[in-house]
Design a protein around this ligand. Structure first.
Ligand code: SAH
Ligand code: SF4
Length: 345
């Protein structure tokens, strides 16, 4: 028997070809999309709109893959962390963050990350592999299925991985999340460590998706130290690309600035940062470091954090302090690290 195909792994333009080759009328492709992406069918047998005979014929040719839920942890602040196993037994994490009328899912784009930022646990893993588009979308499908009747309203690509290092798969995933699952581009934010060519391509491949840039330093010397990517794309190059990034009216670029004690948290840093932001439509998220034992880096005092913010606000910038949620379940920014032992190893 020929190998059965995974319907979630079929690129969007190939689904119609699949139904044609299976001898089915074209409208079946639309029905498959509806059942997989809107009704979250986890098996062909669940597609009750199809006759039993059709379901069984289809099951001979194809299947629907699913992320396997390995654990689900709930934080005291309402944040939930989902650990998923993939078909090759690698694991990834997604974090659900309820906030007033929003339900934001923070999704992963890679297993591990090659960027090696000093403060980040995912970076410590190195890059294990890129996720496929269906593995990225499936985080949204799987969590929606688990939280019914609630539905995810916003997506941030701020989980494990550098999304612009895997832009082909990420762009296909974003297309399905918007086109098939109906989440508006305005409600999606992609965060990058600052891969300049990827930012240019993002604007072409996934226009209108919000951009967040992890800046984290006010000088090249500081940034080189904590984010090796800065040696390839230093601040001047990065900020020039931000200035050129096409923004719709009323939209802004978010700059994330992780505050690390004694590294990048002085009032001079804040003043330099304010200067760097000149002429940019932006807002700044000031994130006190979530320390982890492997880096030796420390979180600044609350007073330092407030003083840093005060300088930014005093310069006319929008700057919010973002305490990352889910700290008690290791779901906060930079704490994701799915290195649970592989099955069988
Ligand atoms: N690779 C992308 C997206 C994933 S990281 C990027 O770097 O932007 C998401 C955010 O978590 C980034 O802004 C990063 O600076 C932040 N982060 C990483 N480690 C952190 C830590 N230990 N404490 C606080 N924020 C952290
Ligand atoms: Fe990768 Fe982002 Fe972590 Fe840097 S902060 S290592 S780019 S996930």
């Amino acid at each position: 028997m020929a190998k059965r195909i995974n319907l979630k792994a079929v690129p969007r333009d190939a689904l119609l070809r699949f139904t044609e080759e299976a001898g089915l009328p074209g409208f079946r492709a639309g029905q498959l999309v509806h059942w997989i992406y809107e009704k979250y069918a986890s098996d062909i047998s669940e597609i009750t709109e199809f006759s039993k005979a059709l379901r069984s014929a289809l099951a001979g040719l194809a299947y629907i893959s699913n992320l396997r839920l390995a654990s689900r942890l709930r934080s005291s602040d309402g944040t939930e962390k989902f650990l998923f196993s993939l078909e090759d037994e690698e694991t990834i994490e997604s974090v659900l963050i309820p906030d007033e009328d929003r339900l934001t899912l923070c999704i992963s784009s890679q297993v591990g990350c090659a960027m090696g930022c000093k403060f980040c646990l995912t970076g410590k893993l190195g890059l294990i592999r890129n996720l496929k588009a269906f593995e990225i979308v499936d985080q949204v499908i799987a969590v929606n299925r688990l939280i019914l009747p609630r539905r995810i309203t916003n997506i941030v690509l701020m989980g494990m991985g550098e999304p612009l290092s895997n832009l082909g798969e990420v762009a296909e995933a974003l297309w399905r999340i918007t086109g098939y699952m109906g989440i508006s581009k305005r409600r999606i934010t992609l965060s990058t460590a600052g891969l300049v060519p990827g930012m240019v391509l993002l604007a072409q491949k996934a226009p209108e998706v919000n951009l967040a840039v992890s800046l984290n330093a006010s000088t090249d010397r500081e940034r080189d130290e904590i984010m090796p990517v800065n040696k390839r794309y230093p601040l001047k190059t990065l900020l020039a690309a931000c200035r050129k990034f096409p923004l719709r009216p009323g939209r802004k670029i978010t700059f994330e600035y992780v505050l690390i004690s004694g590294v990048n948290d002085s009032v001079d840093d804040a003043a330099r940062l304010a200067k760097l932001m000149r002429g940019l439509r932006c807002k700044i998220n000031v994130i006190p470091l979530n320390p982890h034992s492997e880096s030796g880096l420390k979180r600044p005092s609350d007073r330092t954090v407030l003083e840093f913010q005060k300088v930014l606000v005093g310069s006319g910038l929008t700057a919010l302090i973002r305490e990352s949620k889910g700290q008690d379940i290791l779901a906060a920014c930079g704490q994701l690290r799915a290195d649970y032992p592989k099955k069988g190893s």
